[in-house]
Design a protein around this ligand. Structure first.
Ligand code: PMP
Length: 360
């Protein structure tokens, strides 16, 4: 069959084995997943209460405009309704951005390592991928700017970055935006922004009026704990949003997901509490790393990338799996001898650090 040649070279995304399968395979009582940067404290109790009330009307298509959710987001972020696009997770928005702004003959600039879906969808669209090595885990913005030319469609700035966890400082981000040509779309992927622990951060939403070539991506999958419902959103200039909406499939967010996201956004107490617990756990995990001379990248997220380990990331992954902890090997992320650990709750992390101490 005829198909895009690139599809023979790329592989489909491989989700981890279902937790039940791992549990059976190793005869374990329970499994703790520290691999996909979800919220270990779940999601808002208000959402849990409201979910059963959303059970009706499943035979009717969802609101394809996502009107109520967009109105809620518009109010929350003080932006216009026409500045918001919704996606089935920010994953889908990344795919739509590539479909909208990339094509054969164009290129896209990103950091390496960074989120794997940027190069994946860019390559499917036939674009050239220019992946610029991070410097100590940080985006090398001067080198990224140098890689931009008159064929660049998108620059991806993942801040805080997955998998390194660090963020782009305010002045650096602003300098980059000032210098990058206005024809280039700059995507600020802020999937982990809620966990940020510094004021030295460029407020992308406040800059949208000045920079119509900027779009901010956020998600309900991380701090909001609603990964299963698949809700992400982009906030940008109406013209950019209009173009993405042309590409968007008609009913890409379910009714339940739209309604749950509205309730989730209203419960900022839950978010505050989750962030406080996450950051406390993070600091004690980093103190553990310091005490054991384990190197790590500065993290402004709900995960930590430890590196320069005496063993491969895959070896740590396999060992931890046999003990009931699923972590992400850096080997799979293009960073050998490193492991990305999503921060669990206090008790899970206490157990995990004992195992890590014994293994390293
Ligand atoms: N961007 C980044 C940086 C991520 O880490 C993730 C999740 N792994 C996503 C986007 C996609 O998240 P979702 O599709 O669940 O919104």
């Amino acid at each position: 069959m005829r198909a895009k040649q690139i599809l023979n070279e790329l592989t489909a995304y491989k989700p981890g084995k279902p937790m039940e399968e791992v549990q059976k395979e190793f005869g374990l009582d329970r499994i703790v997943k520290l691999a996909s940067n979800e919220n270990p404290y779940g999601f808002s109790p208000e959402v849990k209460k409201a979910l059963p009330t959303f059970a009706d009307d499943q035979e009717i298509y969802p609101d394809g405009y996502g009107t109520a959710l967009k109105a809620k987001l518009a109010e929350h972020f003080d932006v216009g309704l026409d500045q918001i696009v919704l996606g089935a997770g920010s994953d889908e928005i990344i795919m739509m951005l590539c479909r909208t702004f990339l094509a054969p003959g164009l290129n896209t600039v990103m950091a390496h390592p960074s989120f794997s879906q940027y190069p994946h969808h860019a390559l499917i669209e036939g674009a050239e991928v220019r992946a610029i090595e991070t410097k100590d885990g940080f985006h090398d913005l001067p080198a990224m700017l140098e890689a931009v030319d008159d064929k660049t469609g998108i620059v991806w700035l993942c801040t805080p970055n997955n998998p390194t966890g660090n963020h782009i400082a305010k002045a650096e981000f602003e300098n980059f935006l000032r210098q990058v040509p206005k024809e280039v779309l700059v995507v600020a992927d802020e999937a982990y922004i809620e966990f940020l622990e510094t004021d030295d951060y460029f407020d992308t939403l406040a800059a949208l009026d000045e920079y119509p070539n900027l779009i901010t991506l956020r998600t309900f999958s991380k701090a909001y704990g609603l990964a299963a419902l698949r809700v992400g959103y982009g906030i940008g200039h109406p013209e950019v949003i209009h173009k993405i909406n042309v590409v968007r499939s008609p009913f890409n967010n379910t009714t339940i997901a739209q309604k749950a996201a509205i309730v989730a956004l209203d419960d900022q107490n839950f978010i505050k509490e989750s962030i406080a617990k996450n950051n406390q756990v993070k600091h004690s995990f980093l103190a553990f790393c310091d005490a054991h001379q384990i190197k790590y990248y500065e993290s402004h997220t709900n995960f930590v990338l430890i590196y320069d380990l005496p063993v491969s990331g895959d070896a740590v992954f396999q060992h931890m799996l046999s003990k009931g902890f699923i972590v992400r090997s850096g080997d799979a992320l293009g960073m050998p001898n490193s492991v990305r650990i999503s921060l669990g709750n206090e008790q899970d992390m206490a157990e995990f650090t004992v195992l890590l101490e014994q293994f390293l």
